[in-house]
Design a protein around this ligand. Structure first.
Ligand code: NDP
Length: 284
């Protein structure tokens, strides 16, 4: 039976380090959070960010703009935050209304305040192995793998999902550790090869958003399974991996909820602190 890889205790350890760092600042780091329109999912995420920030002594400035805000107004607002020396980090909450192009907006954020690590310049640094601001969920997966004690060197690692926010940056971080990385996606599934790849994985990371996509019996004996997926099934929140079957075969497995999630928000806060410590941040 697999051991549970829980995110909360790890997040607590990281928070202790962050608290000490924040306490050493002359001015507390400031995160500007921009939300356009209303959405229940986004509101829950905003609340958890707000709570995490307050707990650490980070100032969380929530800017709520109306659902009919024109793109040009958001552009001006982002540029204002870029210029504001009192703002260390900027995050744009998803989803955005249809009139606003997220990719365009996220690229306007000055790279040193890009706490989601999604600006092309920060992604470029990830490619070269010297990123200062790592995308939070990909970073959370790496923290969980470190906690499992696995040596990734030469391991068969399969990542299912190739999104820009999770799968792609994660595969770069895994390559930095000399893992043998296979990235699966919709094309793999359509070619009928998903099970084949998954069953060879010594480390499996799934970030798709489809409940029970990965069957328990596909898991290799002793594999480490990190389930990033969040799916609502009736009243329950489940991941992308059939937990009951998978835990019988894996050596370690993340619960959903309680695995990747608690770490993602903590790593967002770590990026705010890192951003404040970058040259021209206001650290110390
Ligand atoms: P996206 O929808 O952006 O990406 C999903 C990925 O899965 C895409 O690469 C897609 O390929 C691929 N995919 C879709 N269907 C299949 C299939 N049948 N077989 C194989 N691959 C498939 O989602 P995100 O990356 O943003 O998020 C993924 C999941 O992780 C979601 O459930 C999300 O809620 C969760 N999440 C959890 C976080 C946490 O903190 N715990 C943080 C971020 C996300 P293609 O695009 O080619 O169709």
């Amino acid at each position: 039976m697999a051991k549970l890889l829980e995110g909360k205790p790890l997040a607590e350890k990281i928070k202790e380090v962050l608290k000490a760092k924040v306490a050493a600042f002359k001015n507390a780091p400031v995160l500007a959070s921009i939300q356009v329109g209303e959405n229940a999912g986004a509101a829950a995420y905003v609340r958890s960010q707000q709570k995490a920030a307050e707990n650490l002594g980070i100032v969380y400035q929530l800017h709520q703009l109306g659902a009919d805000t024109p793109e040009s107004q958001l552009v001006d607002f982002i540029l204002k935050c870029n210029q504001d020396p009192g703002v260390n980090g900027i995050i744009i909450q998803m989803p955005l209304p249809a009139q606003i192009d997220y990719k365009k907006m996220s690229r306007l954020i000055t790279p040193r305040k890009d706490v989601e690590g999604m600006h092309p310049q920060n992604i470029g640094k990830l490619v070269f192995g010297n990123a200062a601001l790592v995308p939070c969920t990909a970073g959370a997966v790496m923290e969980l793998l470190t906690a499992s004690g696995v040596d990734l060197y030469g391991k068969e690692v399969v990542v299912v999902g190739h999104s820009e926010i999770v799968g792609k940056p994660l595969s770069l971080l895994l390559l930095e550790k000399f893992a043998t990385v296979t990235v699966c996606h919709i094309g793999t599934s359509k070619a009928g090869k998903l099970q084949d790849h998954v069953s060879k994985a010594e480390v499996l990371v799934v970030a798709v958003g489809k409940a029970a996509l990965i069957k328990g019996e596909w898991i290799k004996e002793g594999a480490i399974v990190i389930d990033v997926g969040i799916n609502r099934v009736g009243e329950r929140i489940v991941g992308d991996v059939e937990f009951e079957g998978a835990e019988k075969k894996a050596s370690y497995i993340t619960p959903v909820p309680g695995g990747v999630g608690p770490l993602t928000v903590t790593l967002l806060m770590r990026n705010v602190v890192e951003a404040a410590l970058l040259p021209h941040g206001d650290g110390s």
